[in-house]
Write a protein that binds this ligand. Sequence first.
Ligand code: NAD
Length: 360
Amino acid sequence: MATLELDAATAVASLDIFDHLRDEGFGELHFRVDPISGLNAIIAIHSTKRGPALGGCRFVHYDSSQAAITDAMRLAKGMSYKAAVCGLPLGGGKAVILKPAKIADRPALFRAFGRFVQDLGGRYITALDSGTQLTDMDIAAEVTPYVASKTHMGQNNDDGDPAPYTAKGTFRGLEAIVKHSLKRSDLKGLRVAIQGVGAVGYPLAKALHEAGASLWVADVNTEATARCEKEFGAKVVDFHEIHRVDCDILSPCALGATLNDHTIPEIQAKVIAGCANNQLAEDRHGQMLKDLKIAYAPDFVINAGGLIHAATQYLHHSDAKAAQHIENIYDAIYTICERAERLNQPTNIIANQLAEERLK
Ligand code: NAD
């Protein structure tokens, strides 16, 4: 089998890669080229201090290998932080497979990826991410046991979809920030604007409706909004208008970077709590929200339910243990809000500090 391992320094000589890895607190960066299947893949392992590094495998197009490395490292570090703040016995890692223009044999590609994972001996555990499907993970699992999402994990009778867990965690995180910022123990009568009612946004909308909240929803998928209108009496708003709705809570559940220079000055809500990844266009937008007295639930903490799901499946945790980890999201969000208030800092900065403390 003509498989070639490249060392990081050779592959990215233009980057001062070792300094970069050290600065970002990284342990390992692995490359795999498999000419037969066409696999070009990277696995970044940020930390294994708390346990094996669990993180999804992205299968998307990158403009350059440098862009793929940057993405893998950024995402792996995010996974370490997420696991640490939620008290999971896991480190953080991420895989990226550079998507070719034409895929000759998808199963062969994921089998080669599975061998790459296997060769790391369990320090990295793979799972779903953008562009990968459960069937891809099933193929990888033919050659390695280090796979956390596949069709039949044999746990809790679920189908491997993390979204219901993410919705549960987001709901509890939202309750925590409401408790701290609005001094409310219930959500009755609160007005929530949800941006994106897909796999996570829809069950979140359902839970909020059941808790007595009034809903506004926006989505490019008109069937998704119509369902919320019919089932929860939600008011449907244009996607470009949803952040401007006069409401108590804005819940970004679709895309990243929706909290930016243009949207933040127009936000009416006093609380932002949603599941979308990378909600702040830049870190400085956390400070901008704070200056406007808008409480922000850091995304990587509030949306950790998906990781909790993968950990539950892979580590064969009981339902009770999974529920406890979801509760950790409530505690982490509340702790972050308290500390941010006490230290007069934005919550996104405090969330990173908390994760770094727990990684030491
Ligand atoms: P999804 O694709 O099921 O839902 C996203 C919804 O947003 C869809 O209904 C889609 O139509 C809508 N949308 C997308 N682009 C839009 C646009 N330009 N304008 C208006 N609506 C748009 O995804 P999801 O699984 O619900 O995830 C939502 C967010 O949460 C993503 O940012 C994802 O990365 C993050 N997240 C998801 C999970 C999970 O377990 N699924 C875990 C952690 C984080």
